[in-house]
Design a binder for this molecule. Structure first.
Ligand SMILES: [Mn+2]
Length: 321
């Protein structure tokens, strides 16, 4: 199954690896693991992301290599965890110009925009797919070390919500079990990504949680991050991650919505988390977004009250209430 990919790697002179914009642990973990494996394999590789790497991701070994080189003319380009090609932002152009384009992903909405598509739709993380890809490479020439394992484990932990999401399968646990055999501190990774909350993030969460609104017999919960909230707590949209899960965790809440006011006028970033029986990606698709069954996102422009009403309607339509 990975034969075409391995052949393409062997033939390639210059390889580019691309993460998606607003990166998370999975796109960085999978891309950095592949970057390191390709270096160990003896290849010339570069890694790119059209966003800054936020502080919480700088524990990922090798992150400083992101965008360390000018855009190169590559003969092999590999997109990691990019549900659609546009998620590569300004690096999409480089990707398009590559002789061979590879798409490695786990999003159900991925259309397979590469020449070689290694997609396992619906598995917990791209790192789950990448584990098999790098193991296949490792079978040709050893390139799977402790750091590769640590990077993949980091992506697995973050994208699976600490192995709690419905996308987690026996394969997820089997891969995690193989990864923790390597020499790295797995519990420190879980502590960092799942538990350690910066103090200003706590202040921000306390603020938005206390203003949370509930609709339809508390089946829909909504929190809003305003620019004023960021200013008064010394935070930014980078600190919003995770707060929505606490709303979704409330008993009876089936859909949690987080709206983040962006710096640009009347522009909002929306995240949706759902309980098992509601499809979040179908709600965000109404607004041109995407994602997974229980975690999805989109951007909406307009006046706040209109945006809120349109979102609530889309939620209710999907829930049939
Ligand atoms: Mn992912």
């Amino acid at each position: 199954m990975y034969r075409d990919f391995i052949d393409a790697v062997k033939k390639a002179e210059i390889i580019s690896i691309i993460s998606h914009q607003n990166p998370d642990g999975d796109t960085c973990g999978s891309a950095l693991a592949l970057y390191r494996a390709l270096k160990l394999f003896g290849k010339t590789a570069y890694i790119y992301c059209d966003s800054d790497i936020k502080d919480s991701l700088t524990v990922l070994k090798g992150y400083e290599n992101y965008n360390a080189s000018e855009v190169v003319k590559c003969d092999l380009a590999i997109a990691c965890d990019c549900a659609d090609a546009e998620r590569m932002g300004k690096y999409l152009d480089m990707y398009r110009k590559a002789r061979i384009k590879v798409d490695i992903d786990h999003h159900k909405t991925n259309t397979g925009y590469g020449n070689i598509n290694i997609i396992e739709a619906g598995v917990s993380a791209t790192c789950e797919v990448m584990y098999k890809v790098i193991k296949a490479l490792d079978g040709e020439k050893p390139c799977f070390d402790d750091t590769v394992a640590e990077l993949l484990y980091s992506g697995l932990v973050t994208d699976s919500g600490g192995f709690t999401f419905s996308s987690v399968s026996s394969q997820t646990h089997a891969i995690a079990s193989e990864l923790v055999k390597y020499n790295f501190n797995a519990s420190a990774i879980c502590e960092h990504f799942l538990k350690s909350v910066p103090f200003n993030t706590f202040r921000l969460r306390a603020k938005v949680w206390s203003n949370a609104k509930f609709f339809c017999d508390n089946k829909i919960g909504m929190i809003v991050f305003t620019q004023e909230d960021f200013k008064s707590t010394g935070t930014s949209p980078d600190n919003t991650e995770g707060a929505i899960n606490f709303i979704r965790d409330i008993k009876g809440v089936e859909v949690a919505v987080a709206i983040t006011e962006l710096a640009a006028n009347n522009s909002f970033k929306v995240s949706i988390r759902t309980s098992d029986n509601v499809d979040a990606s179908r709600i965000t698709m109404v607004f041109g977004g995407g994602g997974h069954k229980n975690a999805a996102g989109c951007r909406i422009s307009g006046f706040f009250e209109d945006v809120k009403d349109r979102l609530l309607k889309a939620c209710r339509d999907e829930m049939g209430i």
